[in-house]
Design a protein around this ligand. Structure first.
Ligand code: GTP
Ligand code: MG
Length: 256
């Protein structure tokens, strides 16, 4: 069953509707606590969890919790597993719910909810000049905490490769902790996102930069995941690099 549309909009004021999307695969140890923490930030926030039929039963926990918490919604996917496909479906769902602002973040506490208000405030303060705000490890005040040196270097090198190849004017091209204006997601036609895996992060960033939409970065401390295991494999990493090449290629051909 698709998540319902928030029904309190008739009483809603000028406050924007904020929907936070969380793709999950085996996040049973994190998801309920994370959703509660996000929903506690403001009474009119909504959370959509997009789960790919996780073997550890993540979706069942969300289903149970959503019976008590009407602002928590579940999109239970059973086909075409993938971080990118789930991310795309989450955005489409958030827009269908009437979201004015969409937050996307990982569901493992690497992206900490306490930064969400500042991401939103940065978008709102810009009065339309900015259409995407990144939670960034690479600007002054940002930090990649707790991770091994090898992993930090993989991130740094990947970042350099993407910045050079795609020419995007941001410091942290790999950040999946982002705050989107509705209009940006509509302009880049988020429903047509093609990356099946984590390269969705770079695909949407590239399309936003190409559309000449303003992008801002807010410093965050990126923490190690709290529970569970990373889904990042060498295969996904290499797939990400080829997707970046494909983006450049399609753009040169004028087919993006
Ligand atoms: N729905 C869905 N979510 C996924 C899939 N793969 C990963 N995710 C989620 O995407 C987010 C990022 O995945 P992670 O495994 O944390 O990958 P990562 O952040 O690059 O790696 P670590 O920093 O090592 O945790 C997490 O919330 C995952 O649960 C998938 O195939 N389907
Ligand atoms: Mg993670």
């Amino acid at each position: 069953m698709p998540p319902s549309t928030p029904d309190d909009r008739s009483v809603a004021s000028a406050r924007p509707l904020v929907v936070c999307t969380l793709p999950t695969y085996n996040e049973a140890g994190n998801i309920v606590a994370l959703a509660r923490e996000i929903l506690a930030l403001a009474p009119d926030f909504h959370v959509v969890v997009i789960d790919d039929d996780s073997p550890d039963g993540t979706w069942k926990l969300v289903q149970e919790e959503s019976k008590r918490e009407p602002r928590l919604h579940l999109l239970h996917r059973t086909r075409d597993r993938g971080r990118g496909r789930s991310g795309r479906d989450g955005f489409v769902q958030a827009l269908a719910m009437g979201a004015d602002i969409v937050i996307e973040m990982d569901a493992d506490f690497s992206h900490q909810p306490r930064y969400i208000p500042e991401l939103i405030a940065t978008l709102e303060r810009s009065k339309g000049a900015i259409g995407l705000v990144l939670g960034s490890r690479a600007v002054q005040g940002g930090l990649d905490a707790d991770r091994g040196l090898a992993r930090q270097w993989i991130t740094k090198l990947a970042n350099l490769y993407i910045r050079i190849l795609l020419g995007v004017p941001v410091q942290d091209c790999n950040s999946g902790f982002r705050c989107w204006a509705r209009s940006t997601l509509e302009t880049i036609e988020v429903q047509n996102t093609f990356s099946p895996g984590p390269a969705i992060v770079q695909e949407l960033l590239f399309k936003t930069a190409r559309a000449k939409i303003g992008i801002a970065e807010v410093p965050i401390t990126f923490a190690n995941r709290l529970h569970g295991e990373s889904t990042l494999t060498l295969r996904l990493l290499l797939q990400g690099y080829t997707t970046v090449l494909k983006l450049r290629w399609l753009s040169l051909l004028g087919r993006l």
